[in-house]
Design a protein around this ligand. Structure first.
Ligand code: IDP
Ligand code: MG
Length: 139
């Protein structure tokens, strides 16, 4: 299993608020390189599939509607220790609890509309990368 890759999505709130550029810049400044990058939009069913692990959570419908509500930016990121280093860069799920300087602290709106996704394990990174990017879109 590759341990130097992770998957991210800039969520519809951050895209709509004009934060694509500043967020990509923070990612690059933190030492990640881009193996794949695209602006796209999730259908309701793609959002349900992506977040299937949360299907029993009370906020699932809200989460799926939000994730399908507007364009997103998806990327595959490369760096040593990519998964853990990227989770540190984005910060806690709730921006009120996120550390200063993290992407969620700087750009998130609320615990649900929290600007960015980062894979939580190498296994899930591989699954999420395959879900969003065929091999032909990875460089
Ligand atoms: P994570 O994105 O930090 O890994 P998870 O607990 O895996 O956080 O939750 C997935 C996503 O579900 C969060 O990023 C957020 O968008 C949404 N979410 C989590 N908790 C809540 C909540 O209490 N209310 C609404 N949305 C939530
Ligand atoms: Mg998670």
């Amino acid at each position: 299993m590759k341990t130097n890759q992770t998957f991210t999505l800039i969520k519809p709130d951050a895209v709509g608020n004009g934060h694509i550029g500043p967020i990509l810049n923070k990612i690059a400044e933190a030492g990640f390189t881009f193996k794949a990058l695209k602006m796209t939009r999730l259908t309701q069913s793609a959002a349900e599939a992506f977040y299937a692990v949360h299907s029993e959570r009370p906020f699932f419908n809200e989460l799926v509607s939000f994730m399908a509500s507007g364009p997103i930016v998806a990327a595959v990121l490369m760096k040593d220790n990519a998964v853990d280093d990227f989770r540190a860069l984005i910060g806690a799920t709730n921006p009120e609890a996120a550390a200063a300087g993290t992407i969620r602290k700087s750009f998130a709106t609320s615990v649900g509309e929290n600007a960015i996704h980062g894979s939580d394990s190498n296994e899930n990174a591989a699954i999420e990368i395959a879900f969003h990017f065929p091999e032909s879109e990875q460089f």
